[in-house]
Design a protein. Structure first.
Length: 187
């Protein structure tokens, strides 16, 4: 009986190791755009390393379903299973957030941001310090160009996987959104 138990444990460990190797292989594809050390080369591409696991999964799921349009990602997520997406989300969430050399926003931008964020209740979802939680994304220290593009895409409806964000960001001008992106990137 003991030999059967040892064999079962060995099989589980081997299967887990194979699954980890499989996910690491799938994640390696992601590094071409999202960066080998977590810092994407193209500043309009989001940081995945250290992002919230639930958020990563939902975005992968929405891209696979077509609710979030992204031509480059559509081909990547097409053949991912739910388990693959969950494992990739866990893989990237476990990585440390990369340190990016982004400038802090001016005091005037910070004051304008604080006023907008307070009236919109941004910390209600994105948490104090804008680090997000669960299915809400971390915004602090995300790439400025990505933040601005994403908020403008929500504002225009080009990104349609969160109607609440679309409605909210329609209340802000493109200049307001640029301020928000600068402040969040410099946190």
């Amino acid at each position: 009986m003991k030999l059967v138990w040892v064999a079962a444990v060995a099989l589980c460990l081997a299967t887990g190791a194979a699954r980890a190797d499989d996910i690491a292989e799938k994640a390696a594809v992601c590094t071409a755009c999202h960066g080998e050390s977590g810092a994407p080369i193209d500043k309009k591409i989001p940081i995945l390393w250290g992002q919230n696991e639930g958020y990563i999964y939902i975005e992968l799921r929405d891209m696979k379903k077509g609710a979030r349009k992204n031509e480059q990602m559509a081909a990547i997520v097409e053949n991912l299973s739910r388990d693959d997406m969950l494992a990739l989300a866990a893989y990237f969430a476990a990585k440390p957030w990369p340190a990016l050399p982004q400038a802090r926003a001016s005091k005037a931008d910070q004051a304008h941001f604080d006023s907008m964020a307070t009236s919109a209740g941004c910390v209600g979802c994105h948490q104090a310090g804008y680090i997000g939680a669960g299915t809400q994304p971390r915004l602090a220290d995300q790439q400025e160009a990505y933040l601005e593009k994403t908020m403008l895409d929500f504002r225009s409806g080009a990104r349609g996987n969160n109607s609440w964000m679309t409605d909210l960001l329609k209340t802000y001008s493109p200049d307001d959104i640029a301020v928000m992106a600068r402040v969040l990137a410099g946190m």
